[in-house]
Design a protein around this ligand. Structure first.
Ligand SMILES: NC(=O)c1ccc[n+]([C@@H]2O[C@H](COP(=O)([O-])OP(=O)(O)OC[C@H]3O[C@@H](n4cnc5c(N)ncnc54)[C@H](O)[C@@H]3O)[C@@H](O)[C@H]2O)c1
Length: 319
């Protein structure tokens, strides 16, 4: 799948030429070669020995990335390596060592770092435009169908995919989180397989502490139907940015004119006196009905306790 994106990108670059392809299935290699008008190599080592080739794109299942990249570097090729760089930190270190040893260049695909809007938000944070950055939320509520996993021999497996909602679907967002916000100092979380019949996680949450002191959260899913755009929200003392996929959805900077009313009209988010009374009214009415024995009290003391208990647990788990 992604090899086609690589081929198309290469096709659109004037001084680049796609020479050929290798796949562990020669049949797949032939099909791909026919589609793109290139040579199909029967053996991957033959491709690596070809003198015409300067750069090798590694688009294999994630668990092969490290070995494929190391082999290509050792044969004197530069490498474009699909994400994730590898499925263990140990393997990323082996790739780094091989780059240093061979002096060849390797780039790990993280195409969204080239988005103008993402770069703009990163710069606004660095310039201090949003004031003191305190919070960042990364939400990656995606959906992959059961067929997405059942039709692939490697997706969703621990051995070949290395992970799920985080390592496969979520890695771009996680890469962007640190790219935009700066170094992450601590991270802790939970990952579960709740819906899909797969070995890797389909649901994960994490709490992040950035070196800047800001706090953040990560939410990742591959079973949040029908799937939402990835959203990154950055909040500071003088404004905020919301990125939806790779575009700015909203930007608010203190003391600057803003055209979008929904952004300007912040209501109770910035001024508690502006909270309207509609919902209070409804709750009062429920209490009144309950007093008269006509309705169940919807939010009783047990309900009220729940949120306090959650918050107290968070405080107690603080280090
Ligand atoms: N950058 C992105 O946005 C993006 C998007 C999708 C996938 N990816 C990454 O691209 C990689 C490939 O994903 P895909 O969806 O294209 O997978 P795919 O299953 O469509 O293609 C993988 C190909 O590799 C071949 N292959 C398997 N084992 C091999 C081996 N040992 N040597 C050579 N070829 C082998 C398979 O036959 C298949 O043709 C994954 O690591 C994935 O994480 C990146």
């Amino acid at each position: 799948m992604i090899a086609n994106v690589h081929a198309d990108a290469i096709r659109r670059i004037d001084n680049a030429e796609l020479i050929g392809v290798a796949d562990n299935s020669y049949e797949f290699a032939l099909k791909f070669a026919q589609k793109w008008g290139v040579k199909a190599f029967n053996d991957y080592n033959e491709l690596l020995l070809n003198k015409e080739i300067d750069v090798v794109c590694v688009c294999t299942p994630s668990c092969f990335h490290a070995q494929n990249a190391i082999d290509a570097l050792n044969k004197g090729k530069h490498v474009v390596l699909e994400k994730p760089m590898a499925i263990t930190v140990e393997d990323t270190d082996k790739i780094i060592e091989t780059c240093a040893k061979t002096g060849k260049l390797l780039t790990v695909i993280s195409q969204l770092r080239f988005s103008k809007d993402i770069i703009k938000v990163k710069k606004l944070i660095e310039d201090g435009t949003f004031g003191k950055i305190t919070l960042c939320e990364l939400n990656m509520k995606y959906y992959r169908s059961p067929e997405y996993y059942s039709s692939s021999p490697w997706k969703g497996t621990l051995k070949f995919d290395g992970g799920g909602a985080l390592m496969n679907q979520g890695i771009h967002g996680i890469d962007l989180l640190e790219f935009i916000m700066g170094d992450i100092k601590n991270v802790e979380g939970k990952a579960k397989t709740l819906f899909h019949d797969i070995e890797v996680e389909d649901t994960a949450v994490a709490i992040v502490e950035f070196s800047s002191g800001a706090l953040g959260t990560i939410i990742a899913s591959s079973c949040a139907y029908p799937g939402f755009n990835r959203q990154i929200t950055i909040c500071g003392s003088d404004g905020y940015a919301i990125l939806s996929e790779n575009k700015i959805e909203k930007l608010f900077i203190k003391d600057q004119p803003c055209e979008a009313n929904d952004v300007c009209d912040l209501g109770g988010a910035s001024d508690p006196t502006k909270i309207d009374s509609d919902y209070h009214k409804l709750q009062f009415e429920n209490l009144m009905s309950a007093i008269k024995g006509e309705a169940k009290l919807l939010i009783d003391c047990y309900e009220g306790k729940k949120a306090v208990k959650i918050i107290e647990s968070i405080y107690k788990s603080r280090t």
